[in-house]
Ligand binder design. Structure first.
Ligand code: ZN
Length: 499
């Protein structure tokens, strides 16, 4: 180990301890913490955050970091850690602590204001808070901007490096011009797919059993992970030996099932990170988009694949004989792939999903780069839904208030969902050249698929960014054509379209 790097180590270990503690507090908040704990825990979390910021930006750490930056001959991992720490230092030191604290307080409160406005279906009750958040976001982005960088580009960079407005405009335009007319073609083709049997009396206890069986089947290791319940399913990783997923149970069997498969995909990524990266600044997934590529790969490309259900469907019928006993595997697989333009992103089918993301991308760009008035959001939101998906929300809760992201200040996050789907489709096209994916699914040999992803993506953690990982794996730059082609092939077959 490089000497300068060695001297930085104890400080990074402390920083990771703070970070891990914050993640654990957040996990507890979302799962088991009692309602009345919230405001007390927020204070404690605020103090830990402040201590973390002080440590990261303090001279003890930064002088050692600078020493490392002067070094030549650092290993790949050392260089990557230095790069990540530098980014964190710059991110946190350019913002005046008082403003940072004020912002943190605002976003810790805004979740509740948003939730109430959503429950009351009243966007205007949330609008003043959202305005303040946007002001902070723009101010912070201006502090962080380098060489005349656009503010929205600064925000995008935070979640996905190397994908800026220019590249995303191109990407989303392609989705818009290809998928909007394709969706129309499907809606008008007359093919009817039945899916009523997916909803109804699905006992929660049996759903729970199914959830843990499915997670295990996919390769989720319960000795390094746990599964809990939360309102919105999510994955939290403390490190690659402690990865936690949640799900929720509703009267629709596919909701819990595909939530589990999705979150297990996130978890398998984190669990597959190499041990030498554990508890380091590069011991997490490469980016939000890369994370979504893995979760959506498992959810859609694997989980909604007929071949996946060949060895499993009878077991599913045994768990729910009354509900699915008379439904054939073919009928079940058609139902879980049914295209149904809806108003809610998290319930969207595979084809329409990225159109929901497109709406948010266009609006974020308008809010940040074109100073769109916040009050106008619901109207423009509805117009865009009508244009791309053919439906308008009936009220704010199923429109502009449906996602929590903006209330948390997460501007620039949404595009990763669509990018991840496109990354996954490119990986799938490449994998199929190297292995018979469908045959492996039919034989239940998921381990080979998992190992392949681990070898090319998971093990690297944050050592390489998403563009590099895709290029190294597939031998070419990111190419969204794979995604469009994959969707068209899949849904043309399902809906028996001739061209
Ligand atoms: Zn996800």
């Amino acid at each position: 180990m490089n000497q300068a790097y060695k001297e930085l180590q104890p400080y990074l270990e402390r920083a990771m301890a703070f970070r891990t503690a914050l993640i654990l507090i957040e996990w507890d908040n979302e799962t088991l913490a009692p309602v009345q704990a919230v405001s007390y825990t927020a204070k404690m979390a605020g103090a830990v955050s402040a201590a973390y910021q002080e440590m990261i930006t303090g001279s003890e750490l930064t002088t050692r970091l600078e020493a490392c930056e002067q070094e030549e001959g650092l290993s790949e991992m050392e260089a990557a850690v230095i790069r990540e720490v530098r980014e964190e230092v710059d991110d946190l030191s350019c913002i005046p602590p008082a403003e940072y604290r004020e912002y943190k307080e605002l976003v810790s409160e805004s979740g509740r204001i948003w939730a109430k406005a959503k429950a009351d279906r009243d966007f205007l009750a949330f609008a003043p808070t959202l305005k303040k958040i946007i002001e902070f976001e723009k101010k912070f982005a201006a502090y962080r901007a380098k060489d005349g960088q656009k503010l929205y580009d600064v925000m995008l960079d935070h979640f996905e490096k190397g994908f800026h407005i220019e590249q995303l405009d191109q990407f989303f335009n392609q989705l818009k011009t290809e998928l909007v007319p394709f969706l129309k073609q499907i809606s008008e083709c007359g093919t009817v797919i039945a899916d009523e049997f997916l909803s109804g009396e699905y006992p929660e206890e049996t759903q729970k059993k199914l959830a843990s069986l499915t997670a295990k089947y996919l390769g989720f290791d319960f000795s390094k992970g746990v599964m809990a319940e939360s309102a919105h399913p999510f994955t939290t990783a403390l490190h690659n030996h402690d990865v936690r997923i949640t799900t929720h149970y509703t009267d629709n069997i596919s909701s819990a099932l595909f939530s589990v498969i999705h979150e297990a995909g996130h978890a398998i990524y984190e669990l597959g990170i190499a041990d030498k990266l554990t508890l380091s600044f590069v011991g997490q997934g490469a980016s939000m988009g890369m994370h979504e590529s893995q979760s959506r790969f498992f959810e859609n490309i694997v989980g909604r694949n007929d071949a996946f259900w060949v060895p499993l469907y009878e077991r599913l019928q045994e768990l729910f004989p009354e509900q699915l006993g008379n439904i054939s595997r073919e009928e079940f697989v058609a139902a879980i792939n049914k295209v149904q333009p809806g108003r809610i992103r998290t319930e969207a089918d595979e084809l329409t999903y990225s159109l929901h993301v497109l709406v948010r991308y266009e609006l974020e760009k308008m809010l940040i780069e074109e100073d769109l008035e916040v009050e106008k959001l619901p109207e423009i939101w509805a117009d865009k839904y009508e244009e791309y998906l053919g439906i308008r929300p009936e009220h704010d809760a199923e429109g502009v208030l449906q996602d929590i992201h903006w209330a948390q200040g997460a501007f620039g996050y949404f595009p990763s969902y669509a990018l991840g789907s496109a990354f996954g489709a490119q990986m799938y096209a490449h994998m199929k050249k190297n292995m018979d994916v469908e045959e492996l699914l039919k034989k239940g040999e998921l381990i080979k698929i998992r190992e392949y992803l681990r070898e090319h993506i998971h093990q690297y953690g944050k050592l390489r960014d998403s563009r590099q990982l895709i290029k190294d794996m597939t031998g070419e730059e990111f190419n969204p054509n794979y995604y469009v082609q994959y969707l068209k092939d899949k849904f043309r077959t399902l809906y028996q379209l001739s061209n």
